[in-house]
Every structure is written in C-alpha cells, then in structure tokens.
Design a protein around this ligand. Structure first.
Ligand code: HEM
Length: 501
C-alpha cells in the first residue's frame, strides 16, 4: 500500500468494527437467557394459574437463572441451589429489598409499612428488631410456651369430641393456630361471638391476606392497565383493607384503653410504647401499627397450617409412613404423655417427614419477591438495579442434580444426616435465607412439629369412608402460601388415656 495513512485508517476501522462487535455481543450476553418478550405484555403470557410450575418448565429450557420480562419490568428467576445461594448469600445485600410498587404493598400493607413488604433500609431493620425482641426471640418464645401448650390441648380436646365424624382438618387447625398466635401477639383472641369478628371471618381474612399478597396483578406489571383492574384484585384488596382497618383499629383502641405493663405487656403494647416514644428510631403511625400487627396475626398462621396439611396429604398416600412415625413416637414418648417442644431432638423420623414436606411443598414456592437495589453481576450475568428476583423453591426441591428420586415423597432420605432447614442449606429453603429469612422460623418449627407429632401420637387418623389413598389430591392452589386445592376430610379416633385430652 502506497499511502500508510490509508492503511492505518483501514486497520483502525477494522479494529473498531471488531471491538464493537465483541462489546455488542457481550452486551447482549450480559443478561441471563430467557424467552423473547412480546411488546407490552413481555412474557406474562407464559405464566399459568400456578406460576411456580410455569417458571419451573421454563427453567428446563432456559436454565437455572433466567431473565423474563413481566409487562415492562425485568424479573430474574433462580431455580437451583447454586443460584439461590448467589442471590441470598453471596449478593444478599444487593437483593434484600422488595419490589416497591405492588398493589398489595399499597392497599394491604398500608404503603409497605409491615416487615414483609417494606423496602430494605432503616424502617425495615428497626421493625424487624422489635419483632424479634418483643415476640419471636428465644426469650419471648420460651415465655409464651404455656400459651402454645394450652392452645394445643384445647385443639386436641375439640378434636376428640369430634371422633368418628368426618372433619375437614384445615378448619380446625386454622382456629387453633390462629388462636395461638393471636394470644402471643395481642393477649386476647378478639375472635368469636362476643367480638367484632367470628371464626369464619377471621379465617377468611387470613386466607385473603395470603392470596392477595401473592397474586400476579396485571396492573403491577403494566401500570397503564392498573386503573382498569382487569382481574378484580385491587377491588378485593380495598375490600380487605376495610375489614382490616376495622379489626386492627379495634385491637389498637382496646390496647390503648387498658395498657399493660411489665410481664403482662404484649407485642401490641410494645408497639404502642414505641409509637409514643419521641426518641424512637422507628416512626410509627396508626396505619403502620395496624400493618405490623396484621403481618404476624394474618401472615403467621397459614404457613404452619398448610405445612401440616401437606404432610398429611403425602402420608395418606403412603400409610407405611404413618406406621413408622407412630412406632418412633411410641418408643420415645410412650403412651402416657403428649409430645413437647423439647422432644424433637429424639424424633428424627417425624422431623424427616417435615423436611420432606418442606422439600416438595415449600409454603412460599417463589419466596417473597426480592428486588435489586443496585446493579450486580451474578454468576457472570449482569442484573440491573430495579430487577425483581424470584427464587423458585418448588423447582429447587425437585432439582435432579441435588435429590435422588426427586418426585417421590421419601422421608428416609433425611435419616442419619444432619440437614439444616433454616437458611444454611440452599437446597432446602422453606424459610428463605439471608437478611430476609423468615424471622419466625423457630416459632413456625415449634408449631408444625408439635402439631403434626401430637396428631399422629394422640389419634388414629384415617380418610373419610369411601376415600382411597390414591384419591388424595396433591393439586396446588397458588398464593404467597401455596396450599392443597382439595383439603381432605378425615376421621380421628383418640388413642391416649382419656385424662390427657
Ligand atoms: C412453617 C412456618 C413458616 C414458614 C414455612 C415461613 C416461611 C417464610 C418465608 C419463605 C419467608 C420469605 C423469605 C424471603 O423473602 O426470602 C417468610 C418471611 C416472613 N415470615 Fe415466615 N414462615 C413461617 C412462619 C411464620 C410465622 C409464624 C410468622 C409470624 C408470627 C412469620 C412471619 C414472617 C415475616 C414477618 C416475614 C417477612 C420477613 C422480611 O421480609 O424481613 N412467619 N416466612
């Protein structure tokens, strides 16, 4: 070439083209793989009525980390233990927030002012701290043990009175666990004929809380469609808010009218003290008080109820599991007492049933959504600030690289092993992990263990006449807690000496 400048210009152009091709390609590669989004709806069309199952099927095609677009917003889904660890441990701080503009956060949680919905930051930290110090820490849980024992005993007495008759266990479990938590949180149950809400109304409010806080509301993802409320969820949220305003308003006024001190002080009293303290870190309005009380009263019980239900559904399909659990209980506890909370170190098989239930039927099948508060590189992929993160624990429990015979309910897989289920093992995450881990996992485990173990210990439990093991359904009803769609009706017969009931 005669003109060196021309040669240089040509070479530079080639180099620029080459580099920009690489950069461009890398840019495209930076986000996780995923299905191509449609205009406006993104990938919303790919979510069926059971979203964790739809996402599970998509992950078979796109992998353990995938990027979807729901309406106009990016959502990353993690479907393996390795990816869950990335979001909940390695980069926990970057993903410890919640999506800020969900209709449920606005209408149900009083503008995100409970612990579950509030964004990562000082309000959430202080609110969680008070929850631990006044309700869920070890000292408080020990102090409340008698409440749990009494509520359990009266549940078993009521069940004994129904022996021989078909019983839909969910209804009775719901009343008992609700009563346990209400008494721990606000001393009184405030439920029943003489109060402002009856058992049915309270159970309905609890169910609505879980359904409405877990829904995929189209207006959240395509905001300009929000005012049309196409699925009717916002209308239901507003109706729910009216009920919760009146119930939790009543609870607060009743506590203001007769404040308790010292040992008698309950969680609501502690919140009221804080609301009146001019030096408190946490600024609490009447609405945020309602929201924080509601979070535990309505958000607490259903998780435990549903876990016990799923365990029984699986066991009914394999009666040999009943036999083995009863044999363990007979050998360790004997026939002249109930199972207590501190017996669990000696009941590995009953605990294995619970772990296996959590594996196949995690209550929060998609955990509660996390949210990126900064750009972050995860496993080589760039995740931008403002992305929502779904951890598919339903998929993780079925991960064939982690679990043998993953689809089978086999408590034996946990026997002889030390398995952590409280956040240290990313293959089994019933309570999540990291900063947003369920603050009540100790309480949840105490309730689930003693309820299931004593049901098996104190009763013969059979299916209603005419129902066969293979008829017991494992069909799911999706919500923030995913519960059995068709609860079974059972017949119970007491098996311990009469004076124990
Ligand atoms: C078997 C029983 C339970 C299970 C399986 C369970 C499970 C969970 C899960 C999966 C989360 C979300 C974690 C995440 O976002 O990564 C959570 C959060 C939470 N749970 Fe539980 N839970 C149970 C019982 C309870 C009870 C009894 C209460 C209250 C009395 C409670 C209060 C909460 C609260 C307040 C949060 C929000 C934490 C935060 O966002 O910082 N849970 N739970």
């Amino acid at each position: 070439m005669e003109n060196p400048w021309l040669l240089l210009a040509l070479l530079s152009a080639l180099a620029i083209a080459f580099i920009s091709k690489i950069v461009f390609k890398t840019d495209q590669k930076l986000g996780p793989p995923g299905p191509k989004p449609w205009p406006i709806i993104g990938n919303l069309n790919l979510l069926g009525s059971i979203p964790h199952q739809s996402l599970h099927h998509l992950s078979q095609k796109y992998g353990e980390i995938m990027l979807l677009k729901l309406g106009k917003f990016p959502v990353v889904v993690a479907s393996s233990p390795k990816m869950a660890e990335q979001f909940l441990k390695v980069h926990d701080a970057a993903f410890a927030s919640r999506p800020p503009a969900l209709a449920a956060g606005k209408h149900i949680s009083y503008d995100n002012s409970d612990v579950s919905f509030s964004p990562y930051g000082p309000y959430w930290r202080e609110a969680r701290k008070i929850l631990m110090s006044e309700l869920l820490g070890t000292k408080k849980l020990d102090q409340f043990e008698q409440i749990r024992v009494e509520a359990r005993r009266s549940f078993f007495s009521r069940l004994k009175a129904l022996s021989g008759k078909p019983v839909v266990l969910r209804e009775h479990l719901s009343r008992y666990i609700m009563s346990t938590i209400c008494r721990m949180v606000m001393t009184n149950e405030y439920v029943g004929d003489s109060s402002i809400i009856d058992d049915g109304g309270m159970a309905e409010m609890m169910r609505d809380w879980f359904v409405l806080t877990g829904v995929f509301n189209i207006g959240d993802w395509i905001p300009w469609l929000g005012p049309l409320d196409l699925q009717g969820y916002v209308r239901r949220m507003k109706a729910f808010r009216k009920k919760s305003d009146s119930f939790f308003g009543y609870v607060i006024d009743d506590h203001i009218a007769r404040r308790r001190d010292g040992a008698d002080k309950d969680f609501v009293d502690a919140l009221l003290d804080l609301a009146e303290d001019p030096n408190a870190q946490l600024h609490l309005t009447r609405d945020s008080l309602k929201s924080l009380i509601m979070n535990v009263v309505l958000g607490g019980p259903d998780t435990s109820i549903t876990t016990v239900e799923w365990a029984l559904h699986e066991m009914f399909r394999q009666p040999r599991i009943f036999e083995r659990a009863r044999a363990e209980l007979d050998a360790v506890i004997g026939r002249d007492r109930w199972v207590e909370e501190n017996d669990f170190t000696q009941l590995p098989y009953v605990d294995a049933i619970i772990m296996e239930t959590f594996r196949l039927h995690p209550i929060a099948t998609l955990l509660a959504p996390h949210y990126a508060i900064q750009d972050c590189n995860v496993a080589g992929y760039n995740i931008s600030k403002g992305t929502s993160i779904l951890i598919n624990t339903w998929s993780i429990g079925r991960d064939p690289n982690t679990w043998d015979a993953a689809e089978e309910f086999l408590p034996e897989r946990f026997m002889g092993k030390q398995t952590d289920m409280t956040g240290g093992n990313f293959a089994l995450l019933p309570f999540g992990s990291g900063r947003r881990i369920c603050p009540a996992y100790n309480l949840g485990l105490k309730i689930v263990r003693t309820t299931l173990a004593n049901l098996l210990h104190g009763f013969e439990v059979e299916l209603e006449e005419g129902m066969r093991a293979e008829d017991v359904s494992l069909e799911e009803q999706y919500g923030l807690a995913t519960n059995p769609k068709h609860p079974v009706s059972i017949i119970v017969k007491p098996t311990l000496p009469a004076h124990l009931y």
